[in-house]
Design a protein around this ligand. Structure first.
Ligand code: PA5
Length: 467
């Protein structure tokens, strides 16, 4: 593995009574090896289809590359999707493209501007076409179910806009990523002749970043998807090890599980790399939707799951860290650092005569951000606050693939430790059903009646208007 996981500050040797002892970890070894066995036995089956994504056939990838090269001719590449159909692409964009990619003048930029629309705020959405030229805009609509209200309404709107402006050629500007057979989107793709990709069986939204959901937009943006997959394959190999002491994903799952049992029901992911800020956002969905469950696999009520929080170093040192150090003992802080930022940037050493400034001169921003991360980890440890750190040698498609897959495996192993189904999302589905009912989708009438009944309990007394 190229990435390193340092969990010293989770252990009693570093943080005293609030840390775990080696014995506590040792005692969980057989539980851990059973978790690995259970997950590995099911790899590639049921909802564990995503475990085979690192090994996609070369023909699939070259077809993707071929179609991507056609869409690279667009000036604006627009992804329509939400949740698992959006967050992976956003994370790949932030981590692997030039940080100011979309601001690079068109003549020196090789790939289109990338926009991921994952909301339906009418003002935000409705003004988007003001800045686009339909003749050079391409749309990738992504929905596993092909029926999510937000994505599908966005799609109907953008399809109309393209049709009105381009006539019959509108279909050439659209590419669909959806279920191989089911759903309205698949049917439309076939009827209207859109290019289409398939989200393989057994790949749920939050585990789909390494499927065409994330890989096609990545290919359009010129990201080396082969390297992403090689990194994921390396993480997959490493995650097969049954001993937590030599398996990052398993150790992360175990530390999180033991922490949850100690009342630490918040997991803060805090990269000290601007480009990884959206990895923390992607991780939030992975951790929350997979592990936040009401019942275990035997139907007993458990209500488990840590609330994932995203933070960013150093920005949030000046916003959140006070709470992390002195607030309730209910969190684990998970830092992500990088050894090589890709650029050494010096702080000017010009003397100002101010001692409070002159010490900075001659150092680099690289030293500054590293010192800030280490200082925060140390301050937390001294306050008995558990924290751990993933370090990447540098942010590349390979190391990012490794990191994302390690987190996916940690999530799968956590599911085993909690003894829950980490791959369903009844809460998300409940919200979708309520939306369908409220908007009058056929088949959802009885749910609508229930909602109307429930709203009768609302009291004006519990609403305060400004006089
Ligand atoms: O992880 C999940 O399953 C969800 O977050 C989905 O990705 C999200 O609800 C979008 O669903 P779909 O891709 O079916 O439009």
């Amino acid at each position: 593995m190229d990435i390193r996981f340092d969990f010293n500050n989770m252990m009693d040797t570093s943080i005293g009574e609030f840390g775990f002892s080696e014995r506590q970890i040792d005692e969980m070894e057989s539980t851990c090896s059973k978790a690995v066995e259970a997950v590995q036995k099911r790899r590639g089956t049921g909802w564990l289809g995503w475990m085979e994504l690192p090994y996609q056939p070369a023909e699939e990838l070259s077809r993707m590359k071929e179609i991507a090269s056609r869409f690279q001719e667009c000036k604006d590449f627009v992804v329509l999707g939400i949740g698992g159909s959006a967050l992976g692409t956003i994370a790949l964009k932030s981590a692997l493209l030039h940080p100011w990619h979309d601001l690079i003048p068109e003549k020196s930029r090789k790939t289109p501007r990338l926009h991921v629309l994952d909301n339906v705020d009418p003002y935000w959405l409705g003004t988007f076409t003001d800045v686009l030229d339909p003749s050079s805009t391409c749309v990738n609509v992504i929905s596993k179910s092909g029926s999510t209200a937000e994505t599908m309404s966005q799609f109907l709107w953008m399809r109309k806009w393209l049709k009105e402006n381009l006539g019959d050629s509108y279909a050439e500007h659209i590419v669909v990523t959806t279920d191989p057979v089911k759903g309205a989107l698949r049917a439309m793709a076939e009827e209207e002749g859109f290019a289409a990709f398939t989200i393989p069986e057994g790949v749920g939204g939050r585990f789909s970043v390494l499927s065409p959901v994330g890989l096609f937009p990545a290919s359009v943006m010129g990201i080396d998807v082969g390297e992403l997959l090689s990194g994921a394959a390396a993480a997959d190999e490493a995650a097969r090890e049954e001993n937590p002491w030599s398996n990052q994903a398993l150790m992360m799952a175990l530390l999180a599980f033991l922490s949850f049992n100690n009342g630490r029901n918040i997991w803060v992911m805090m990269p000290y790399v601007q480009g990884l800020k959206d990895v923390a956002d992607w991780f939030r969905q992975l951790w929350a939707e997979s592990l936040g469950k009401a019942v275990n696999r035997h139907g007993a009520e458990v209500h488990v799951g840590q609330t994932p929080v995203k933070a960013l170093g150093t920005t949030d040192q000046h916003s959140q860290v006070q709470l992390y150090i002195e607030g309730p003992q209910d969190k684990v802080i998970h830092f992500i650092g990088v050894e090589d930022y890709g650029l050494e940037l010096e702080i000017p050493s010009e003397k100002t005569g101010q001692d409070s400034l002159d010490y900075l001169g001659g150092h680099t921003f690289n030293e500054l951000i590293k010192a800030e991360r280490e200082a925060t980890a140390l301050a937390l440890a001294e306050a008995g606050r558990p924290n751990c750190t993933h370090i990447l040698p540098s942010v590349t498609p390979f190391t990012l693939g490794e990191l994302l897959f390690t987190f996916e495996m940690a999530t799968a192993y956590s599911g085993e430790l909690y003894d829950i189904d980490a791959f369903d999302q009844p809460g998300v589905e409940a919200g979708k059903v309520a939306t369908y009912a409220l908007l009058g989708r056929p088949g959802y009438e009885s749910r609508r009646r229930d909602i109307e009944k429930a709203t009768k309990n609302r009291r004006e007394k519990f609403v305060i208007d400004r006089k």
